[in-house]
Design a protein around this ligand. Structure first.
Ligand SMILES: Cc1cc2nc3c(=O)[nH]c(=O)nc-3n(C[C@H](O)[C@H](O)[C@H](O)COP(=O)(O)OP(=O)(O)OC[C@H]3O[C@@H](n4cnc5c(N)ncnc54)[C@H](O)[C@@H]3O)c2cc1C
Length: 393
């Protein structure tokens, strides 16, 4: 089998690359090891509304569970800050359908798609990578391609096999644990985020409504914590008198929140999405970031194939680091600052920030918010809080 491009992994990043490259007229094979693309999900399924237009994805009710109008955050002592829009600001997807439909769009654009196909290694010939070795329904197969895209998620092996340094220590990952369950008493038009060092060390508990009374209820904590994410999630449910007896799904997964792969391209191999740890370090959302990276990667793959010059692939790395890198590095700095906050600090900051401030913080435009906070007496009185904020300017 020979293609212009082979894409390993059909989550969010992979099908976007496959669709874009196929649309430009090149031959693409998109493979995924799952027997059913999209299942099981490892996600809270929250996606900003802007993604549909930005990445040319149909707003198809088949994969939209619920439209969301904002967010509410809760401090350890129960102070809240709310951001509520008049218009839909995001959606809670059904990822099992969404991922499959993304693969379908790629197939409709001309890509070939093979589920239950696990890539196990790269093929090298005379020192060059010329394709990948895979197992399709247990049978070995060799796929030759001019360009190889590693879109194989957080546990990515393909980029490493190609010689790209993707290593990060366990501390740089959050451990995620989630129930899709029946839950009542939360405004189903908002996502709900609970912070606190006893609630979710380094992370937060989320309630992402999929229905009036059904939600993804999950947690992310530092993966090197001595206790498990499940321990903290069950504790939170118990403390909030939420019965744990109507659980429809259990999902587990790692979230790479501690920094990004530097070398995004090596010769003819590109790494995108979670495999490159391109995740928003503040909230751990990776779908929109995966789509951004895939869009940039596909642009340079198409140019490289059109001009028959694989050197152009390097521009994916240049462009991502130029356009997305600075924002992501800023968010990473903010994350590291947030890790130093005590429960008392969290109480103070949640009382002081508005919903609009929250939006700026999540997007990386936090300088004005930080400057305003630094003038507040509750911050001025604490040298530590001031130091934490000052380091962000
Ligand atoms: C608990 C949890 C909650 C989350 N909540 C959100 C959220 O609400 N919003 C958000 O934006 N992000 C969220 N994320 C992050 C989000 O899920 C990821 O950032 C996103 O899925 C990344 O897309 P991707 O295509 O890079 O990787 P993935 O979606 O992980 O896709 C990788 C694909 O590669 C396949 N694969 C792996 N290895 C091979 C191989 N060797 N051969 C063939 N196929 C292979 C896998 O089967 C998989 O389908 C969450 C993550 C977790 C763990």
């Amino acid at each position: 089998m020979r293609y212009d491009v082979v894409v390993v992994g059909s989550g969010v990043a992979g099908p976007i690359v496959a669709r874009n490259v196929a649309k430009a007229g090149f031959s693409v094979l998109l493979v995924d090891k799952k027997p059913a693309i999209g299942a099981p999900k490892q996600c809270a399924e929250g996606l900003t509304i802007n993604a549909f237009k930005q990445f040319d994805i149909p707003y198809d009710k088949r994969f939209i569970n619920r439209e969301i109008y904002g967010a509410k955050i809760y401090s350890p002592s129960g102070y809240t800050a709310e951001l509520r829009y008049k218009e839909v600001s995001g959606v809670i997807l059904e990822r099992k359908v969404f991922d499959k439909m993304l693969a379908y769009y790629a197939a409709k654009a001309g890509a070939e798609v093979l589920a239950r196909t696990e890539v196990v290694d790269v093929i090298r010939r005379e020192g060059k990578i010329v394709g990948v070795k895979a197992k399709h329904e247990g049978e070995p197969m060799e796929i030759e391609a001019k360009v190889i895209v590693a879109a194989d998620g957080v546990e990515s092996t393909i980029a490493r096999k190609a010689g790209i340094d993707t290593y990060a220590p366990p501390h740089e990952f959050d451990s995620g644990y989630e129930y899709e369950m029946i839950i009542e008493g939360f405004d189903p038009d908002l996502i709900h985020l609970f912070f606190g060092n006893e609630v979710a060390p380094r992370g937060y508990v989320w309630v992402f409504p999929k229905d009036e009374d059904r939600a993804n209820v999950g947690i992310g904590i530092n993966s090197d914590n001595e206790k498990t994410a499940k321990y903290y999630l069950d504790k939170w449910l118990k403390e909030n008198n939420i019965p744990r007896n109507k659980i429809l799904e259990v999902n587990v997964g790692l979230i790479p929140v501690g920094g990004f792969v530097k070398e995004l391209v090596k010769e003819n191999v590109l790494v995108v999405g979670d495999a490159a740890r391109q995740v928003n370090p503040i909230h751990g959302g990776g779908m929109a970031e995966a789509m951004k990276a895939s869009t940039i990667a596909s642009k340079w793959i198409i140019k490289a194939l059109e001009e028959e010059n694989l050197e152009l692939l390097k521009n994916y790395k240049e462009e991502w680091w130029k356009t997305e890198g600075p924002r992501m590095e800023k968010l990473l700095r903010l994350r590291r600052a947030m890790e130093k906050l005590t429960d008392e600090d969290l109480d103070v900051f949640v009382q002081l920030v508005s919903g609009t401030d929250l939006e700026k913080i999540a997007g990386g435009n936090y300088i004005e918010v930080v400057k305003a906070l630094m003038k507040h007496p509750k911050v001025l009185m604490s040298r530590r809080r001031l130091e934490i904020l000052k380091a962000l300017l």
